[in-house]
Design a protein around this ligand. Sequence first.
Ligand code: SF4
Ligand code: SF4
Length: 642
Amino acid sequence: MSVMLDGKEGMEYMVMGNEAIVRGALEAGLKVASGYPGTPSSEIIERLSDVAKDAGIYVEWSVNEKVAAEVAAAASFAQLRSLASMKQVGVNVASDFLLHLAITGTRGGMVLVTCEDPAAHSSSNEGDSRGYARMMEFPLLEPGDFQEAKDMTKWAFEFSEEIGNLVMVRSVTRLSHASGNVKFGPLPRTEAQAEYRFSGAFLDPVAGPMISTGFGHRIQQEKLKKVREIFEDSPFNTYQGPDEPELLIITCSVGNLYCKEAIKALGIEDRVGLLKMGTTWPLPPNLIKKYLLMTDEILIIEEILPFLEDNVKVLAAEMVQEIGAKKFYGKHAGQIPSFGELSADLVIQSLADLLDLGYETVAQEYTDKASAAAFARAPQRELTFCPGCPHRASFWAIHNALELDGRQGFVCGDIGCYSLAALPTGFSTAKTGHAMGSGAGVASGFAKLRQFGMDQPVLAVCGDSTFFHAAIPALVNAVHHQADFTLIVLDNSGTAMTGFQSHPGLNINAMKDEVPALDIPAICQAMGARVEVRDPFDLEETQKTLNELMEYTEGTKVLVLKQACALSPEKKRVKSYNMQINEENCIGQDCGCNRLCTRIFRCPGLIWDEVKKVARIDEVICAGCGVCADICPAGAIVREEA
Ligand code: SF4
Ligand code: SF4
């Protein structure tokens, strides 16, 4: 049993921020949770699915974030408390539905948890989805520590029910993935009865149909007015410091932790005030006014965009007659960057400069020297596919097929481990890379440029989870418009990049029930595409098929390259082959492009023996896939059935 359910009321537990959010949801009596995996949000649905059966809740990995929001909304419409979880990029996907949901409102408490990735450690962008709260006109809460992540999530459900609207809780990597002490509250044991009422008047928010219409905007505005009033007295907005500080810091989220550390390190508790906002949209004007009146100098600290800063400035402008002119510091004035993560050092330096403290954090020159020294001593590790990864084999065949074709063909890339196809480890074959499923959509567009003289072969890639998430509509578009390109589905039987969450191509769901698996080749065939299925470890056959498909110009083609991820449970630590190098045969520097295996193919399981001047197999990490035996021109890499 997990501490999420077992944890006792009144006891403190050290949990991750995402787990604190989970416990808060369970303490609120959550009944339905849905999401799409993505770092740093994935643990929320994972932990909830671990306890789903014992807790009597329904949890799913939805096919994409829009559907996740729709599934959670249905539960809310039927009076149950529900949660949809995603990362910042997913909010873009869900936004289409959320814009409508803001109009219809919700019934059972519904919380959207967005976990964002400042500095884009595991993302293709570092979007700040707080702008959606303002655009869609729903309230936004930002926990400032681990305890608040739990308490605020719990409260968000009650609050959502009170105002009849979705509530957004925003976390960031350093809260979601760090751990802290959290005091648990009671877990309710409630029997829920789901019922969707639709026989009331058309605009009746409690018993009418949930249909988004323009008339709802007035009601939405009234709700926001009420939210502002409630936020005026929220215990999630706190102030620490003197009554008349020299400088007022306004912050939110993990900015709170960095600011506390900075104030302590500089010993300026009696000089600066710290206003930590937990309710960041809409801002409560009277509360902001009260603190702006304390001083004329204000520093605003937040990750990533100047969202809080801009909204505070709007209020300050509206109140200028009462509060007088203020001097603001932050992102616009250049003290705090509008990209990347914050740190305590960064806040310390900003405060030291503004207060003229003559304090210097570790000099940039020293940091640069230290990281250069560490880099020089650390073993070389490039961004690469794992040993035995089927994607390396796939892109080897794709690269060679394009070279053989010779018409400047290219690959439209996508989001997944295979995004590395844009780098040397994927032989630099991917030449576009945007959102989930965009490879297929962009390729479909390129393929319609034949009438304008484009005769380059066009390929697109997507993973199996991405196929279901967003590539299907692009493929429908392509087949219907007879777009001549080849979609390569890199089917490694799992949402591998985020930790093997289930998807519709598998016969298991988030709660470990057996469910029907959808057949990707059959779906593509049913759409009318020409479909081939190959094993990417069969390099020759894969390359031959690709060259044939590039020659075939009668519409859209799909090549499914099926081979499980090297880290999948069925493959991990299971070798198909024992590998060896025949040192006599290895011609090393004289083979294609100087050591073809270690310089070009670059599987980490292959290493170059500087002393003997031959290739070597690294027994510890070689996954025994056997593929490298087929790339060595000298037949020096030998495989034997394991
Ligand atoms: S093992 Fe083969 S590919 Fe690798 S260096 Fe030797 S000859 Fe070249
Ligand atoms: S068999 Fe070759 S390609 Fe496969 S993991 Fe081992 S070294 Fe890498």
